[in-house]
Design a protein around this ligand. Structure first.
Ligand SMILES: [Zn+2]
Length: 99
């Protein structure tokens, strides 16, 4: 008896899960993802462990609209942050020279 009840509960769970997934799918296909509700978030594979990828998510239907690949940390043999600083310095120097 107890086993049968468990199986029934599991079937009910599966049914509800599928039903929920179908409703979500329908919502996501109908949603127009308005610009106000869309935000960028970091992707995590576990708590405190980011994959480095960025996800564009709709806050109304929770659909991942776009993913941005991980940015390489090294550019031309220098760390990205240092590289950025150098480029900005060079740009400023050029501006000053033009004056
Ligand atoms: Zn949406």
């Amino acid at each position: 008896m107890k086993k049968k009840k468990k199986i029934e509960k599991l079937r009910k769970y599966d049914y509800l899960k599928k039903d929920f997934e179908n409703v979500v799918k329908e919502l996501q296909s109908k949603c127009k993802h308005p610009k106000k509700g869309v935000y960028w978030a970091d992707e995590w594979w576990a708590f405190g462990h980011g994959t480095g990828r960025k996800l564009k998510i709709c806050s109304f239907c929770n659909k991942i609209i776009e993913t941005k690949p991980k940015k390489p940390q090294w550019v031309c043999g220098i760390k990205r942050k240092k590289y950025r600083k150098l480029i900005n310095k060079l740009k400023q120097n050029l501006k000053e020279e033009r004056k």
